[in-house]
Design a binder for this molecule. Structure first.
Ligand code: PEP
Ligand code: MG
Length: 590
């Protein structure tokens, strides 16, 4: 047994930067304890009625949270709760539990736990990311019912004390909605990745978060002191005096760094010789758009709209699309918003769109391929985007285009959507631009052909690297081969930019590389017109940009292109950037 008050350090994935110190608020005990009981025949109906009462209470609770979300205008998060509400109607779960009570003569808690295990086991056999997400939903829903069965309803989080760090197995949209955000300083969770809900919410709230801590919930009771270091992905429970002092210093230094960086937000993103490179924001949720101004984003460079389709049983309506996009377009005015059409399939899945199980989902029926097959789904979204174009500057971006035919076909569907709106007498911008994501190697190679018929390019380096180097971007075993400075990648980007500019169209980067200031000068040298990234990264990139000239970028690129090895190129770039910008790189990486 450890001694009480002993410092413990947990390593996870830092998904939202910053350092905070606070008290643990344990949101969800890993398992609620109950007494398994055998019951007699005469008690069967009473036990089932007790189960239904708990179900009803859980539903009522979820409905209230949903109303609260809707009243705060968080439409998308509210719709995520639909999944939980629907799970409470799930026949396997509800009838299965009743059957166990009847046949095994056991109490409802015991039956529900057995049923949960069966459902989870069924999910376990499917090796798909989206199923894992659903598994968490089932667990959370059962947890909620169980709390009512055992008489421990979810704690009133509106009433939590100041300065808490939420520690949870995972955070459901419902949990986050219940939190009094003013009092929450950070998040730490057992599971999750950089794209998990906790990560996205934390980033958009600007709160430090560490996920993937495996079993931190098993090590806390609630109320103990905790440090969250979202920069390094570390959580320290019951820190010693000396650790606290060390982190207090780190925190001050980080705050100073952020204050300094934010001074760059309102400044033009221009080099010393007056070259303007647009720095735009990547967003996943419409709610994020409000915060963009403070980071100096020139509008939205990539709206990943597939998040509108996830975690729900129905499809978004044209009206819903329109409302989201109109909000984004009007909030970012006078800048514009680039709205990417749905990039589902691969590792992202919507319950209502039937994508067959695939051996190779990244190479399968995803993104534009799926849209061209499911025309009505595609057109519903397109009409929503087009209608929003009457309210602000909106561009359409097509994901996963592999060649000219797909672009032509997609443009035809866009024309059909325009005709439909015309027939209905609905306003839209007839000149709305249509751009192509360059993220499939074949598209990069035929960039000259695509550039003749597209209005702009956006290079998706996350996928371009994955497909060019044949490295699964979510497989940790080949992560070491994921090399943005591989000569093949640099040559491809160089070629794409040349072809785009040859046809007089703009080209940007919207993959994760854009957010890393290590590459800013390289992109400058390559002549990119735009970089799109998570908004918080913008000031850092801008600071580097404003201290350089185009010639600095070109000179660096010339050197970099001489390397035949990605490793050597990276080592060279790190040295060069540290010597050119000692303040930025030494302080930023500290
Ligand atoms: C990319 O592939 O670089 C990209 C921006 O798209 P996503 O990460 O959504 O696939
Ligand atoms: Mg992509």
């Amino acid at each position: 047994m450890r001694n009480k008050g002993e410092e413990r350090v947990f390593a996870g994935i830092g998904v939202s930067p910053g350092i905070v110190m606070g008290k643990v608020l344990l949101l969800e005990a890993p398992g609620l304890s109950f007494t398994p009981r055998r019951i007699s025949h005469v008690l069967i109906e009473a036990e089932i009625a007790r189960f239904h009462k708990a179900l009803e209470r859980a539903k009522e609770e979820l409905r209230q949270i949903r109303e609260r979300l809707l009243s705060k205008g968080m439409v998308q998060q509210a719709s995520l709760l639909e999944v939980h509400l629907q799970l409470l109607e799930d026949r396997m779960l509800v009838e299965g539990t009743e059957e166990l009570v009847r046949e095994e003569l056991i109490n409802a808690e015991w039956a529900l736990e057995m049923m949960l295990k069966r459902v989870l086991e069924a999910f376990e056999r499917v090796n798909e990311e989206y199923i894992r997400e659903r598994r968490e939903d089932v667990r959370q829903v059962v947890q909620r019912v169980m709390r009512h069965l055992v008489g421990h309803p979810v704690p009133d989080l509106e009433a939590v004390a100041d300065g808490v760090v939420v520690v949870a197995h995972d955070l459901s949209p419902g949990d986050t909605a219940q939190l009094n955000i003013a009092k929450v300083m950070g998040f730490a969770t057992d599971i999750g990745s950089s794209t998990s809900h906790t990560a996205i919410v934390a980033k958009s709230l600007g709160l430090p978060a560490v996920v993937g801590l495996k079993e931190i919930t098993a090590h806390v009771r609630g109320g103990e002191a905790v440090i969250i270091d979202g920069n390094e992905g570390v959580v320290i429970l019951e820190p010693s005096e000396s650790t606290l002092k060390k982190y207090e210093l780190k925190r001050q230094r980080y705050r100073y760094l952020i204050r300094e960086l934010l001074k760059f937000a309102p400044l033009p993103s221009e080099t010393l010789d007056g070259y303007h490179m647009a720095l735009r924001a990547n967003i996943e949720f419409v709610e994020e758009v409000r915060a963009l101004g403070q980071y100096g984003a020139e509008g939205v460079g990539l709206y990943r709209t597939e998040y509108l389709y996830l975690n729900r049983q129905d499809l978004p309506s044209e009206e819903e699309h329109f409302e989201c996009y109109r909000k984004v377009a009007t909030e970012v005015a006078p800048h514009g918003a680039t709205i990417r059409t749905l990039d589902l399939g691969g590792d992202k899945f919507a319950s209502r769109i039937d994508v067959p199980g695939e051996m190779n989902p990244a190479l399968g029926l995803r993104a534009i391929r799926l849209c061209l097959l499911e025309r009505e789904i595609f057109k519903t979204q397109l009409r929503g985007i087009l209608r929003a174009s009457a309210y602000g500057k909106v561009r359409i971006l097509l994901p996963m285009i592999s060649g000219l035919e797909e672009l032509r076909e997609a443009k035809m569907v866009i024309e059909e959507a325009k005709e439909e709106l015309d027939r209905r007498g609905v306003a839209f911008d007839p000149g709305v631009e249509v751009g192509v994501m360059i993220e499939v190697p074949s598209a990069a190679v035929v960039a000259d052909l695509l550039a003749k018929e597209a209005d702009f390019f956006s290079i998706g380096t996350n996928d371009l690297i994955q497909y060019t180097l044949a490295i699964d971007r979510i497989n940790e075993h080949v992560a070491y081969l994921y090399q943005p400075l591989h000569p093949a990648i640099l040559r491809l980007i160089e070629e794409i930019v040349e072809r785009a500019h040859g046809e007089g169209i703009e080209v940007g980067i919207c993959g994760e590389m854009a957010a890393d200031p290590l590459y800013t000068l390289v992109f400058l040298g390559l002549g990119l017109d735009e970089l799109s990234m998570n908004a918080m990264a913008i000031p850092r990139v801008k600071r580097v940009l404003r201290k350089a000239t185009r010639e600095d970028g070109k000179a660096l690129l010339r050197e970099l292109l001489r390397f035949s090895s990605a490793k050597e190129a990276e080592a060279f770039l790190r040295r060069e950037m540290a010597s050119l910008f000692p303040d930025d790189f030494i302080r930023c990486e500290a």
